[in-house]
Write a protein that binds this ligand. Structure first.
Ligand SMILES: [Zn+2]
Ligand SMILES: [Zn+2]
Length: 213
C-alpha cells in the first residue's frame, strides 16, 4: 500500500507546487489507484501528478471527502483526461458533478478491496479507512466532523494505527495518543503543537510525501 500526497498547502519535494487544498493517491497491488480529493485547482494538481510520475488516466476511483472547493477544484481537470473513473461523493454534496459514474455515499461502504468509506459523518464529510499490514490508516479531508469522531467511525474496519489529512481546528490531542503514525496536513491549525506533542509519531506533510505501508 502506497500513499502519495499530490496536493497540499506545503511541499516536501522541489519542483512541486503548493496550494490551499488536499489530494492524495492510494495505490495497491489489488486495485486501480484511488485519488482522494482533488485540491483547489486543476493546473496545480495535474502539474504535480506529472512531476510525481502519476498517470491520471490510470486512476480508477476518485473519492471526494466533501463539497468544499479546496477538495473539489481539480475534479474537472482530472475528468478531462480520465472519463472512466468512478466518483464517490458524500450524500450532502451540492453542485453539479462533472463525471458520468457518480456514487453517493451515506453509510459505511467498501470502495475497493482494502479501502472503505466511513460513510458521511455529521452531514458533511466522508473519510477513508485504508487496510494496511499495520492496521487501519485513516485518510481525512478537512475533518469537519472531528478527528476523534472520524477515528471512531473508521474503527469498525479494524484497529486504527495512523491518520493523515487536514485536521482543521482539532485540539483534543489526547485522541491521537496510541497512534503510531500522525500526518497533519492542509488546514491543520495546531500542526506545530501536534508535532511537538508526538515527535516520534509525526511525519511532516506536503505534496510529494510518500508513505509505504
Ligand atoms: Zn472543508
Ligand atoms: Zn480543506
Amino acid at each position: 500500500m502506497k500513499v502519495t500526497v499530490v496536493y497540499d498547502n506545503e511541499i516536501t519535494k522541489a519542483g512541486l507546487r503548493a496550494g490551499w487544498g488536499f489530494s492524495a493517491l492510494i495505490e495497491s497491488e489489488k486495485a486501480a489507484p484511488i485519488l482522494f480529493d482533488t485540491g483547489a485547482d486543476s493546473p496545480t494538481l495535474l502539474d504535480n501528478m506529472r512531476e510525481l510520475g502519476i498517470d491520471a488516466r490510470r486512476i480508477g476511483i476518485i473519492v471526494i471527502s466533501h463539497a468544499h472547493g479546496d477538495h473539489t477544484g481539480g475534479l474537472r481537470g482530472i475528468l478531462e483526461v480520465n472519463k472512466e473513473a468512478e466518483i464517490y461523493v458524500s450524500a450532502s454534496f451540492w453542485g453539479t458533478i462533472p463525471g458520468e459514474k457518480v456514487i453517493t455515499v451515506t453509510e459505511p461502504i467498501e470502495i475497493s478491496e482494502e479501502v472503505f468509506s466511513t460513510g458521511e459523518l455529521k452531514g458533511i464529510e466522508q473519510s477513508l479507512a485504508i487496510k494496511t499490514d499495520k492496521g487501519i490508516l485513516v485518510m481525512v479531508g478537512c475533518s469537519h466532523p472531528g478527528v476523534g469522531e472520524i477515528i471512531d467511525a473508521a474503527s469498525r474496519f479494524g484497529k486504527v494505527y495512523g491518520v493523515i489529512g487536514g485536521f482543521h481546528g482539532f485540539h483534543d490531542f489526547s485522541r491521537l495518543s496510541g497512534l503510531s503514525l500522525i500526518v497533519p496536513c492542509h488546514c491543520t491549525q495546531y500542526k506545530s503543537e501536534i508535532l511537538e506533542l508526538f515527535p516520534q509519531q509525526c511525519v511532516t506533510c506536503g505534496a510529494g510525501l510518500v508513505l509505504e505501508q
